[in-house]
Design a protein around this ligand. Sequence first.
Ligand code: NAD
Length: 442
Amino acid sequence: MRISVIGCGYLGAVHAAAMASLGHEVVGIDVDEAKIEALRAGIAPFHEPGLPELLTEAGATGRLRFSSDIAAAAEATVHFIAVGTPQVRGSNAADLTYVDAALADLLPHLAPGDVVVGKSTVPVGTAARMQDVLAEGAPGAILAWNPEFLREGFAVKDSLTPDRIVVGLPRDADAAATAEAAMREVYADALATDTPLVLTDFATAELVKVAANAFLATKISFINAMAEIAEATDADVTQLADAIGFDARIGRRFLGAGVGFGGGCLPKDIRGFIARAEELGRAESVAFLKEVDAINLRRRQKVVDHVVDLLDGEPFGKKVAVLGLAFKPHSDDVRDSPALDVAVRLKGLGADVRATDPYAIPNARRLHPQLDFRESFDDTVADADVVVLVTEWDEYRYLDPGALGEVVAQRRVVDGRNSYDPAAWHAAGWTYRGLGRPQLGE
Ligand code: NAD
């Protein structure tokens, strides 16, 4: 297939490279010239494990090209729209200006029979609206909706071997048949290995994505709510999660209590869902998502409160080593990152915050240049009054509390991801604070 991918960010760049490696002719298009320059040179513009190798491999086949000129899409017959849908400032709603602009830019380059495939996460109803725009601006072109479920950090694997493929098709039978045939050819490899394919309507396809994210966010906030109760009762939420997780109907995954979720998807997607439900007159149906969001944000403050508590209520001028800035390990993405938020809040209290991360410092610095970033771990923790784990990169998870204790000023740790063994840290002389776990020391 000849494919264009419009928007080469965390989703689009990986999707473009994956499609080329599966044998398609792909052009990735983005308005960000610097990103396109990097991709053309085979350099991943962000940290995603396996993407550099995939770009090199796909680039060598000659099937993967990148352009900042939308006219390059004219050669393709299937066009994925993978541009951003961030939260509107000052509102819960999703900002659709990039999706609308991408479609408007694409219209003059479409031919009858071309299939435009929405991949961005959008509020339900967007595809129907876009189909009207398409009918007016590019008669004969067809819309399909194919939400993406890749996880940053595992995006290459998830793009090459998705766990399911969902496609929303138009109501018109001929258009639906053309779109379905195109999607079956695009995903032929995955379908040959029995990857589930859900063929549905536009609204269901759009809703599947936000419902999946709402469910995952709810699961995380559920266990974080239990952490709050555990804190009031000296119970241990990690044992509670293990115990309820043995029930196959519940499952242990996504039951890690801690500083909560973040990133470019979950927070803005649940807020966008709340906003859309309000427009639909169904605010009460997802009112619980407001609580999910509130629980999540409270956990960030709880980490800050632990730090302040360990500093006897006087954070001003105290050296705080913040381990992690990315919203999760294996990514350099700091959009709505709980880790970065904790660093900023502590800095706001006057603490002498030194923050580190293996990959996310450049992105974090762009958003918060006022923070003191340290490339070196040793530099970050030297003479620290408190160490705070907020992104569970392996290099921070498996620290030796004995060795670390030799270089800090005070053996005090806040484990924002419940990653450490409290007894081991306590035995090494540390005062330990986790989330929803018994506190050890002082
Ligand atoms: P991103 O911000 O990393 O990338 C978006 C890209 O689109 C940017 O490079 C931007 O320059 C480009 N762009 C904007 N307007 C354009 C235009 N008119 N023409 C061409 N390019 C344009 O965002 P992302 O994380 O890749 O997310 C993209 C969409 O995919 C969002 O709707 C998101 O919710 C969804 N999604 C993301 C993930 C993920 O893990 N990142 C997973 C599933 C779904």
